[in-house]
Design a protein around this ligand. Structure first.
Ligand code: ATP
Ligand code: MG
Length: 388
């Protein structure tokens, strides 16, 4: 009675608790009479099982503590109601039985909890995997769905151009058409990026290896970027370096895309009149290309994050339709694609920057390491090996 009073609050609970206690005492008597503490094992096992079925974190006391309390109260009652010698004899008999019970309760409870936690962990892992899969599916489905209407718009735009005589002659119409064209081109770029990210994630990026010269890629990027550089009044300097004239095997279009992403970021995240420096060096077996800017910088804790898809920093309100407007954040796909391309070539990309400071502008340096590959690699090896 005393035990159930202390341990079980509430009528309904107490009744079933008393039943369980009754069973415990029956088994205790068996254990004492036979001198075998294992009589309690099945009951302890069912208690441990039942308890861990309820939630782990709901603050219930561990079974071990409950067993200790039962022992403590039993001793109290024995002391109060029996002559000292008998009480002592009873307690002496009880102790090893309880010790055994506490041991098995502890072991079982820990085992149950561990099993339960690992089950939960597995469930969470599955859910995460599903979520990631959904996201990746969503990107590729959305990209493909967007592509169809975009192609339509482009087609109609071309027809419109032909339909309107003098379209190019009338300044107002020309501006309007250019606006539509600029918008569709940007949309096209974003959709292409989405498809590229999905391909990289699903390890479907196949490289088309051919001879590549880094200096030519750099020249092409500089040429493409020169209007943006002019608009932003930035200077871009190429410091010639050993190895830039070397022929390597790589996918020139993909490498060009990778380089262009990094250079366009350098322009975007550097204030007007800033300076961008392209350089590099020849290392044993590798060519390193560096793209240094005098921009706002990236905090060290974000150096890895910016390579995650949608891993852009800063406010969404600064999003812009331009690719090179100051801090005009895009969807945050450029660097994940760049990393995917470089790693598919067996290279590496990393960031060097003190931190982000829009006033002081500590700048950022991107390092791109490419293997100095003199032969086209095995076809299968060219397939992107994921970064998981
Ligand atoms: P997108 O390239 O898809 O149009 P984005 O330029 O915002 O969009 P990423 O190129 O992936 O995305 O870059 C991710 C983030 O890394 C950027 O949003 C920016 O916060 C930061 N970042 C990238 N390059 C630089 C840089 N040179 N200086 C400062 N921050 C940079
Ligand atoms: Mg970018």
């Amino acid at each position: 009675m005393r035990i159930s009073h202390r341990l079980a609050r509430g009528e309904g609970v107490r009744e079933s608790f008393q039943q369980q206690l009754g069973r415990l005492f029956e088994l205790l008597i068996q254990a004492l009479e036979t001198g075998n503490p294992e009589w309690l094992d099945p009951l302890i096992a069912s208690w441990a099982e039942a308890r861990t079925e309820t939630d782990l974190g709901d603050g219930e006391q561990p079974l071990v503590i409950i067993l200790n309390l039962i022992l403590q109260i039993s001793c109290e009652v024995a002391r109060e109601n029996l002559p000292p010698a008998e009480a002592l004899e009873l307690i002496q008999g009880l102790l090893p039985v309880y010790a055994h019970a506490v041991n098995s309760a502890y072991r079982l409870e820990v085992e149950h909890k561990a099993r339960r936690i690992s089950r939960e962990l597995e469930k969470t892992k599955q859910a995460l995997k599903r979520l990631e899969g959904n996201r990746s599916d969503f990107i590729s489905v959305a990209a493909h769905e967007l592509k169809t209407p975009l192609t339509l718009i482009e087609g109609y735009l071309a027809m419109l151009r032909e339909q309107i005589p003098d379209a190019e002659g009338d300044p107002q119409t020309r501006v309007l058409l250019q606006g539509v064209q600029k918008g569709t081109r940007r949309l096209q770029e974003i959709i292409d990026d989405m498809i590229d990210v999905a391909m990289i994630e699903n390890r479907l990026l196949a490289l088309n290896f051919q001879p590549v010269w880094i200096d030519r890629l750099i020249e092409m990027v500089i040429h493409e970027m020169s209007p943006a550089l002019q608009e932003r009044q930035q200077t871009l300097e190429l410091i010639p370096f050993e190895g830039m004239h070397e022929m390597i095997f790589g996918d020139s279009e993909r490498l060009y895309q990778a380089l262009r992403n990094v250079v366009s970021n350098a322009i975007k995240y550097t204030p007007d009149e800033g300076r961008i420096t392209l350089s590099g060096r020849l290392l044993p077996g590798f060519i390193e290309v560096t793209i240094q800017d005098t921009g706002i910088g990236i905090n060290p804790e974000d150096h890895a994050w910016v390579f995650e898809k949608f891993g852009r920093l800063g406010e969404t309100s600064l999003h812009s339709s331009g690719k090179t407007k100051f801090k005009g954040g895009g969807p945050g796909l450029g660097l994940p694609i760049t990393k995917g391309i470089i790693e598919a070539h067996g290279g590496a990309i990393w960031i060097e920057s003190e931190g982000r400071d829009e006033i002081r502008c500590p700048g950022t340096t991107f390092h791109i390491l490419l293997p100095l590959r003199k032969d086209p690699p095995d076809e299968r090896a060219a397939r992107f090996v994921g970064t998981e």
